[in-house]
Design a binder for this molecule. Structure first.
Ligand code: CP
Length: 348
């Protein structure tokens, strides 16, 4: 049974192969053969891009995607074990996941972090239930700590932005070396409420697999999960890049070619709503403005984005803002992931 759920399962060569396949499908406008396949997606949280791009991907490939939102026309699911189910969740994931596996050919699950307890979020309770009980392949549609499909789309987008110029200058350079040592900055930005760490983790892993020099710029106290920092550092270094951190709102490393912006919450403030709101107000100078662009800087954001809270209108609408291409690449990246997932399944 195949899982596209956690980055630690994927080595750089496999991810580069998936991204190359996504680029090939995008340029040739071709789709995998998924005739008759059904993907069942379970959204515990809202989505635009992930939902629509998976449904489109399956339809374009001859298959179907069915999406449900537990509690919205479907039973609410309990994910905790050993509890007395006398509250408002009448069905346990232990049954639900096994039942759904009897109907569809693969399952997707979106389950955000609760942001109340770092330990609870690290347990990835819902994703783990899908991994354990599904009898068909599983794709993460974003879990508490990771968004692997966003990682693939980000890799494809970075390759598109940086690849052509490198190729025209250095034609003999192997594809996987074109991004090595080029500067990537993941920059924290303010928001009206704390957000999960999944996208920031996947964002630094995308840059790490491309061997880029990664800088994470965030206020003190807004550290990422150490396991993901360690993973990104090791992967970046083994691919010829580096990893460092910065805490200044105006600092962008010289010659930053990719600026990935994201808001996330401070784990020390989980569950402390009043303190969080006050802190987020104080950090408004971190809002990303047009002036942050350097000569070769390109802006990424996974979307949705709150204009003039996270990033100003002018910065979002800048000619080197690539947020719409990045969102489109969710479709192509996922087509390649689906092809890999179903191909692998039939070979085993
Ligand atoms: N980036 C992303 O996952 O978008 P959605 O939340 O709209 O799916």
């Amino acid at each position: 049974m195949k899982l596209f759920t956690r980055a630690e399962r994927f080595a750089t060569p496999l991810l580069l192969q998936i991204v190359a396949e996504a680029a090939r499908m995008k340029s040739s406008k071709t789709y995998p053969e998924l005739q008759g396949k059904i993907l069942g997606n379970v959204f515990f949280n809202p989505s635009l891009r992930t939902k629509l791009s998976f449904e489109t991907a399956m339809l374009r490939s001859g298959g179907t995607a069915l999406s449900i939102s537990p509690g919205g026309g479907t039973w609410s699911f309990e994910g905790k074990f050993g509890v007395r189910m006398d509250q408002d969740r009448p069905e346990h994931l232990k049954e639900a996941v096994r039942v759904m596996s009897r109907y569809v050919d693969a399952l997707g699950a979106r389950s955000f972090a609760g942001l109340q307890s770092a330990e609870e979020d690290a347990g990835e309770q819902i994703l783990s239930a899908f991994e354990e009980y599904a009898t068909v392949p599983v794709i993460s549609l974003e879990s508490a700590l990771e968004h692997p499909c966003q990682m693939v789309a980000d890799m494809l987008t970075i390759e598109e932005i940086l690849g052509d110029r490198t190729l025209s200058n250095q034609r003999d350079l192997p594809r996987e070396n074109q991004y090595r040592g080029r500067n990537f900055c993941l920059r924290w930005a303010p928001h009206i409420k704390p957000l999960p760490l999944a996208v920031p983790h996947s964002s630094i892993l995308a840059a790490a697999h491309l061997g880029m020099n990664i800088t994470v710029a965030a206020p003190d106290g807004y550290e990422l999960d150490e396991r993901y920092v360690q993973q990104a550092r090791e992967i970046a270094c083994s691919n010829g890049g580096s990893y460092s951190e910065d805490h200044e709102p105006d600092a962008l490393p010289e010659n930053t070619e990719i600026l990935s912006v994201k808001s996330w919450g401070a784990r020390s403030l989980y569950g402390k709503q009043a303190q969080q709101a006050e802190e987020l107000r104080k950090l408004s100078p971190w809002m990303v403005r047009e002036s942050i662009y350097q000569k070769n800087t390109h802006l990424l954001h996974c979307l949705p984005v709150r204009r003039n809270v996270v990033i100003t209108d002018k910065a979002l609408d800048h000619p080197r803002s690539k947020i719409i291409d990045q969102a489109e690449n969710r479709l192509w990246g996922q087509l390649a992931v689906l092809q890999w997932l179903f191909e692998q399944e039939t070979r085993d």
